[in-house]
Design a protein around this ligand. Structure first.
Ligand SMILES: Nc1ncnc2c1ncn2[C@@H]1O[C@H](COP(=O)(O)OP(=O)(O)OP(=O)(O)O)[C@@H](O)[C@H]1O
Ligand SMILES: [Mg+2]
Length: 342
């Protein structure tokens, strides 16, 4: 079964075709990053305009790259987001509804955060639940017990900023470019993580929730202090040291909670997903903690961590096998909560 995935839930226009939930035939991402960069975050009006411009060419390119045409597509799967305030993801959903209607194809709507997780299934065919997953991106941070496909228990989520958002804000404070995750990852390469002390958010709280506003404030105050001492400037090595200390604090807080959950729920598989899973330190640190604890660690290639429609197509395939398609006219535009059971 060839599934066309479509996702416009953030600032990338994504279209992909995946065969039977694992074989990636094409993966198109029309990035808008350069347009949002001057503003340090996603500007909804720009995102809407660009999705409108790019959605049809992206789908066309996905078909061309796969060597298929619409007559070879068997299912359309589209990403839905839990945030009703952001209207730009409606563009992907409306396009998917229109295509399903005129082509007489079944349609499924899938949770965008769950799609971040399911990108892993396209790459690792041996991967099967149960496992603990950490999906950390620009809008969400979710630590989840995945008992089976569609069988989830969210153990923890963020109380304020998402982990990716914290990277974006810390980068802004440091004068590094948007998106902050890759910029901080790059700057941190040259830095000493122990040069300045940053708090480990929520480490003294029981449970699995995350919070990044305190850490963000600590970065702000440290940068302010360094700038005051440096006549208004931050040196390159100070920038690198703050970036390294901040990155280590975020990664440590995420992985400490994740590995506690792995122990409590007695699983031996840990799966990362979402933009923050592209972070070099979280990848290497998860691997080394996993080796020490006898836990197998999975994370997708970097281009399947940040937004893509491969995970959307894979998840659509799995859902369709179990539940069939949705009514095109009734498919809602947003989801009430991420990682709901199905
Ligand atoms: N190397 C990295 N290290 C840390 N964070 C990263 C890295 N690369 C990307 N990110 C972060 O990931 C986020 C983008 O990921 P993604 O596109 O999945 O998020 P989103 O779609 O905006 O949000 P969500 O998926 O929660 O709705 C940004 O906040 C970005 O800073
Ligand atoms: Mg995303």
């Amino acid at each position: 079964m060839n599934v066309l995935g479509i996702d416009t839930t953030a600032d990338d226009t994504c279209a992909a075709i995946v065969f039977d939930g694992y074989k990636i035939l094409s993966n198109i991402v029309a990035s808008q990053i350069s347009l949002h960069r001057p503003f340090g975050g996603i500007v909804p009006q720009i995102a809407s305009r660009e999705h409108l411009k790019n959605i049809i060419p992206s789908i066309d390119q996905a078909l061309n790259e796969s060597g298929l045409s619409f007559k070879d597509i068997h299912l359309i799967s589209v990403g839905q987001s839990p945030d009703p305030a952001l209207s730009y993801y409606h563009i992907g959903i409306t396009t998917a509804k229109f295509l399903a209607y005129v082509l007489n194809l079944p349609l499924v709507g899938v949770d965008h955060m769950e799609a971040h997780l399911f990108a892993n299934f396209a790459v690792f065919r041996e991967l099967k639940p149960p496992f603990i997953s950490l999906t950390a991106a620009g809008g969400h941070t979710l630590l989840t017990l995945v008992r089976g496909y569609g069988d989830y228990e969210i153990l923890g989520s963020t109380l304020d900023d998402a982990a990716g958002e914290a990277f974006d804000k810390a980068a802004r404070i440091l004068g590094l470019s948007y998106p902050g995750g890759p910029s901080i990852d790059e700057a941190a390469k040259e830095g000493q993580p122990g040069a300045y002390k940053f708090p480990r958010p929520m480490s003294h709280h029981r449970g699995y929730d995350f919070s990044y506003s305190g850490l963000k404030t600590a970065v702000y105050l440290k940068v302010k202090e360094l700038k005051e001492d440096g006549g208004g400037n931050l040196s390159q090595s100070q920038t690198a040291d703050v970036a390294a200390g901040f990155r280590e604090a975020v990664v440590d807080s995420l992985l400490t909670k994740a590995f506690s959950a792995i122990r409590e729920y007695n699983v031996n598989i840990f799966v990362l997903g979402g933009g923050v899973a592209a972070n070099n330190l979280i990848r290497s640190e998860a691997e080394s903690r996993g080796k020490r604890k006898g836990v197998k660690v999975y994370y997708p290639p970097k281009n399947l961590c940040t937004d893509n429609a491969v995970g959307t197509a894979v998840l659509g395939y799995f859902q369709y096998q179990r539940r069939g398609g949705s009514n095109i006219f009734e498919l809602p535009y947003f989801r009430k909560s991420p990682l709901a059971k199905w």
